[in-house]
Design a protein. Structure first.
Length: 306
């Protein structure tokens, strides 16, 4: 499958998902339901959608609901605000009012009383029938920007990664707290000499996606690769993972660039015709970013693929 064919297929599938959202805006719309319409896995779809469209799926749905509500409020004065909220898919009036005020800076009732000439639709990429479409040019621009960023910042390879025997601590919760888990793992590993072992590698394994799972429920494993068998105790467990074929991006980046790096990595996967396997993606760290003169992490981003 060449680049052109892949690109055209992805545009068609994303636009099919957008059409589905437009036609079902009043219904319950979940990531899994929408991704199924586009024949993507949920894990993969939300990343590609964010890059191609320029906003997350959740934000997009909320924006489209608010935009449709705006039309009702401006041109259908006889419809109550409660009815408008129901017609555009909000579960209750309070959630609609909060979202609307965040979007426009005033309540739906205040908005309804304002002059229609004061407002215009925010969606800029609309076809004549009012439904936004991802154009070939828009898609290429956004995807190429992601690929260009990756090319400038990473060395990309597709290679086999051998089985990794690890000692790990499981974590559920906000990703910002992972540093504390790393500290606990290092405190356990240091007196055992593991931090001085040859080819030291620390890992973060992502069992959930931050864009799918709520922050308090995200599951990760913080791990150290073992070169030899060792006994563990307490919260530390032994596991093995067999990643097999992986897309591996070696980067030297700051902490705020990790999201860009992951999104660009998944774009590269899609545009080169690979499919993610059932094995969870992971990061391999080769240094402590806090000890780097520019606070950069030397890291491999690994996506197991079929």
């Amino acid at each position: 499958m060449n680049f052109s064919t892949t690109t055209k297929e992805n545009i068609a599938r994303l636009n099919k998902a957008i059409d589905f959202i437009e036609k079902n805006i009043s219904q319950k719309l979940t990531l899994s339901i929408i991704a199924k319409q586009a024949y993507f896995s949920p894990y993969h779809f939300h990343r590609l959608f964010s890059v191609a469209v320029g906003e997350t799926l959740t934000n997009y749905i909320i924006r489209k609901r608010i935009e449709k509500a705006t039309i009702h409020l401006l041109y259908h004065k006889e419809v109550t605000i409660t009815e408008v909220a129901e017609q555009v898919g909000f579960g209750d009036l309070s959630s609609f009012s909060r979202a609307f005020k965040k979007f426009y800076g005033l309540s739906p009732n205040q908005f309804k009383k304002e002059s229609p000439e004061k407002y215009s639709k925010i969606c800029k990429n609309e076809s004549k029938n009012g439904q936004p479409k991802i154009t070939f040019e828009q898609y290429i621009c956004n995807i190429n920007n992601a690929l260009k960023w990756l090319q400038m910042n990473a060395k990309t390879e597709v290679k086999q990664i051998e089985e990794l025997n690890i000692a790990c601590i499981s974590h559920q919760g906000e990703l910002e707290k992972i540093g504390m888990v790393f500290n606990r793992l290092i405190q356990w590993a240091t007196p055992k000499g593991l931090m001085n072992q040859e080819n030291l590698r620390l890992l973060t394994i992502y069992h959930d996606s931050p864009k799918i799972t709520s922050p308090e429920n995200i599951r990760t494993s913080i791990a150290i690769v073992l070169n030899a068998p060792i006994k563990v105790e307490g919260e530390v467990n032994l596991k093995s993972i067999n990643p097999g074929k992986c897309i591996v991006n070696r980067l030297e980046i700051e902490s705020q660039e990790f999201q860009q790096a992951w999104e660009s990595s998944f774009v590269w996967m899609t545009e080169n015709g690979y499919k993610k396997s059932d094995i969870d993606p992971f990061e391999i760290y080769y240094n402590n970013g806090n000890e780097h003169p520019e606070n950069r992490f030397i890291v491999d981003l690994c996506i197991p693929v079929l």
